[in-house]
Design a binder for this molecule. Structure first.
Ligand SMILES: Nc1nc2c(ncn2[C@@H]2O[C@H](COP(=O)(O)OP(=O)(O)OP(=O)(O)O)[C@@H](O)[C@H]2O)c(=O)[nH]1
Ligand SMILES: [Mg+2]
Length: 468
């Protein structure tokens, strides 16, 4: 990370998304920010001195050329923030204009006439990282925070942004550094009579302070994947069992057509919903049956494709009609998938619930609902949540969720610590022990960004949007 001590250039971008909005923000970072702001911004009180971290009202003026004579480009609020108390730790300027993208672009073009260049995606956050304001896990949390689709996803990103993952990884790292120091002392004094290393104590420390917390972090990676990527839940079943009614009830809007005619839904219909904090892509499908009708047949093909791709299938049956051979056939075709059995139309049921024995055995859960009367829906949501996260206790343990990159490094660190453990158990030589411990430290360093190659940094920051 050579950039740390080099003077950097000044970068600029529109930081608010394209489209109309109340305000739009342009952000500039680098040593020339203030000087450039002064060129194009005229404060309402021209004698004021643009003090740091103070918002000034004024106008953006186009330069004095023959065609544009001090033309007002926009009425804005502008702020200059002096390094280091800024997002990037460099001098930063923000211009808050009207939220019209063309207008913001005119201001941007104006700025680009000065010694400033367009920022790459994520470059502001990259600078915050390179200048030591954020560690790499915190910078990655910014991406998660911007793209989170549920409240739980936001909580997780905020936990990571506040440094929770960093602290957990760093605690493991500290333990390793301590062990490495002991082992290195032993290397330096090979002839001492006293045994410098207490093998049992080191084994105990390695297991409790390194391997166990690494294993916990790896388990939590599973929850991170779910919160970042979400899951696909497909509603499937015979025609008329109430699939579209369930979609509408979950969405709380009349999204899909519902009629008493079997074969109403033709194409698949998908929407995103938040189910107990998990981002869920929910797909309503055409009822499966033998048909000679061409459009319906195409819909049924699509339904089958969706079932194949689902993380979870909600297999729906009509309690009034009971279970038919067609239900059995369809159920058999999806048995390799995680399935929740959803028994619908409970409102019409007066007598006994039909025997769902065989189905019940192969499904992960059975939920009885009325899609029409909105009964049993929260039980269904909880069943979905439970199936997806496996264990609720583990889920709520800590709002800390390693992403794929972290998981890769954690896995390698776990393997290296396993090697070190074996070495300690067999009282191997101290230089070999030191190598395994160091390998483990290096993996943890890469997670927090102490040693991360330029290529990996590029990959991470490319995921950002412009202006962040
Ligand atoms: N009483 C009652 N009727 C329901 C319930 N759910 C759905 N229905 C009715 O059952 C009929 C079929 O509902 P849909 O939601 O269109 O069923 P579907 O499974 O999407 O049907 P296809 O799209 O044809 O495969 C409609 O007349 C609904 O009003 C329920 O819980 N109770
Ligand atoms: Mg339907």
């Amino acid at each position: 990370m050579s950039a740390e001590n080099e003077p950097s250039d000044t970068i600029v971008a529109i930081s608010t998304p394209p489209g109309a909005g109340g305000i739009g923000v342009i952000r500039m970072s680098g040593p020339r920010s203030l000087e450039i702001l002064r060129q194009i911004f005229q404060p309402h009180d021209p004698s004021c001195s643009l003090r740091s971290h103070q918002l000034y009202y004024g106008h953006i003026l186009a330069p004095n050329t023959t065609t544009e004579k001090n033309k007002i480009v926009d009425e804005v609020l502008a702020v200059f923030m002096r390094s280091p108390k800024t997002y990037t730790r460099e001098d930063v300027v923000e211009i808050h204009g009207h939220g019209n993208f063309l207008l913001l672009q005119s201001i941007l073009e104006l700025l680009l006439r000065y010694p400033v260049r367009l920022a790459e995606p994520g470059e502001f956050t990259k600078r915050a990282f390179l200048n030591g304001r954020l560690d790499l896990t915190q910078a990655e949390a910014v991406i998660d925070l911007l793209s989170a689709r549920t409240r739980k996803g936001i909580d997780m990103a905020q936990g990571q942004l506040s440094g929770r993952l960093y602290e957990r990884v760093d605690a493991i790292r500290q333990a390793l550094v301590y062990m490495r120091a002991i082992v290195e002392v032993a290397i330096d004094f090979p002839d001492e009579d006293i045994e410098i290393i207490n093998y049992d104590e080191l084994i105990q420390q390695l297991e409790s302070m390194v391997m166990a917390p690494l294993a916990t972090l790896l388990r939590q990676g599973h929850q991170g994947r779910i919160l970042r990527e979400g899951i696909t839940v497909v509603i499937a079943g015979l025609p008329n069992v109430g699939k579209s009614s369930l979609l509408n009830t979950i969405l709380q809007e009349e999204r899909a057509l519902v009629t008493a005619i079997a074969g109403t839904t033709r194409d698949t219909i998908e929407e995103y919903v938040d189910i107990e904090g998990i981002p869920v892509r929910i797909v309503d499908t055409a009822g499966i049956r033998d048909t000679t009708e061409e459009i319906e047949e195409l819909g049924i093909q699509r339904a089958k494709e969706q079932m194949g791709q689902a993380d979870l299938v909600l297999f729906m049956i009509d309690l009034v009609k009971g279970i038919s051979t067609a239900d059995h056939e369809l159920f058999a075709s999806i048995q390799h998938k995680p399935v929740i059995l959803v028994a619908n139309k409970m409102d019409l049921l007066s007598g006994e619930t039909p025997d769902l024995g065989a189905f019940r055995q192969h499904a992960l859960a059975l939920v009885v609902i009325s899609a029409k009367e909105q009964q049993g829906i929260s039980e269904l949501k909880q069943a979905i949540f439970k199936v997806v996260v496996e264990s609720k206790e583990q889920w709520e343990e800590d709002g800390c969720a390693p992403n794929l990159r972290h998981q890769d490094a954690l896995t390698r660190a776990y393997t290296a610590s396993g090697q070190a453990l074996k070495g300690l158990q067999t009282k191997t030589t101290c230089d070999l022990l030191a190598i395994d411990i160091q390998e483990c430290v290096a993996e943890l360093d890469a997670i927090v960004g102490v040693t991360t190659t330029e290529d990996i940094l590029d990959l991470i920051f490319q995921q950002f949007c412009l202006g962040k």
